[in-house]
Design a protein around this ligand. Structure first.
Ligand code: ATP
Ligand code: MG
Length: 283
């Protein structure tokens, strides 16, 4: 390799230094959307990004979704499920599938991938040590969709203190003999970020960020503007719980919230280690 190229590589590393210093020992919660998990090559890059954060002293915590995989299995089994207000209405049998896909398949896949790339990741659901408890959201309007009532942050903090990367499936305990609750992953991520007093929350999804009525990217947005965009229908479907989650996280003390494109390779590094970041920043 030519010396010039080597120097350029060193400069690229140095460009990241101020950010590495800024986020050193800080907790960053990353919501890994099901929509961003489609491509195997991108999954590898996601895992590499997370392991890099971990090895430079940032404390990543992963919460994943899995909407599309759940829908695929439900279709195969010919179980009906519908979305209301961006949330999956969850019957008992749908809950079984949700737990299989989220707590089993996807959770272990992400955990395995991170471990393969050199981290120590542990996959859990809110049922483990009952660290997430919930009750039915809106008096059961959406079936077993849960509203988190309690998070035992110590369980996650202990894992972080032992240098594990927690990989959390958004399922909550509903008590003994209860099938558990399906929690929207965006809302679970924001509650976990608040409980851990995270520096940042990042949502990886399948759009460039939050788009306006002309489908143009909104780079920055005040959290108060969310309501307006919801009322005018610009924010719809899966973006409703996501922007609600950003709002809640910021309201309760998380430093910043970002919605970024999980289909862009190394999008997490671009967000964390460049001046302008990518996607939408909500202030
Ligand atoms: N204003 C908007 N800007 C961008 N996307 C929007 C907007 N309004 C609605 N959406 C929809 O929100 C979707 C993202 O939410 P979705 O729930 O599908 O993905 P996810 O949360 O990343 O995945 P999962 O729910 O599986 O974890 C986009 O693909 C888009 O269709
Ligand atoms: Mg979603």
């Amino acid at each position: 390799m030519k010396i010039k190229k080597k120097i350029q590589q060193a400069r690229t590393l140095m460009d990241a230094l101020p950010y590495i210093r800024k986020f050193n020992k800080k907790t960053v919660v990353i919501k890994y959307g099901g929509s961003a998990q489609a491509d195997p090559a991108l999954k590898e890059k996601f895992a590499q990004d997370i392991v890099l954060l971990y090895l430079v002293g940032i404390k990543p915590v992963i919460i994943h979704g899995g909407g599309k995989k759940i829908s695929n299995l439900l279709d195969k089994l010919e179980f009906k499920s519908e979305f209301v207000d961006g949330l999956r209405v969850t019957s008992q049998s749908v809950m079984e599938v949700v737990e299989m896909v989220l707590g089993g398949n996807i959770n272990k896949e992400i955990t395995n991938l991170l471990n393969y790339h050199g981290a120590k990741a542990i996959g859990i659901t809110g049922k483990d040590a009952s660290f997430i408890e919930a009750k039915a959201l809106d008096e059961g309007k959406y079936g077993l969709v849960g509203d988190i009532t309690k998070i035992d942050h110590k369980v996650v903090e202990d894992l972080i203190a032992q240098d594990f990367i927690p990989v959390i499936a958004p399922i909550a305990s509903g008590g003994t003999n209860h099938p558990g609750f399906n929690i929207n992953a965006d809302l679970a991520a924001s509650k976990v970020a608040v409980a851990l007093r995270a520096e940042k929350i990042i949502f990886l999804t399948d759009t460039p960020g939050l788009l306006d009525s002309d489908a143009k990217l909104i780079s920055t947005l005040e959290k108060e503007e969310i309501l307006e965009l919801k009322n005018s229908g610009v924010i719809s479907g899966g973006m409703i719980p996501k922007t609600d989650a950003c709002f809640n996280a910021l309201e309760e003390g998380v430093g910043s919230a970002h919605i970024i494109d999980g289909r862009v390779e190394h999008s997490i590094l671009l967000e964390l280690f460049t001046k302008d970041g990518i996607g939408t920043k909500i202030k």
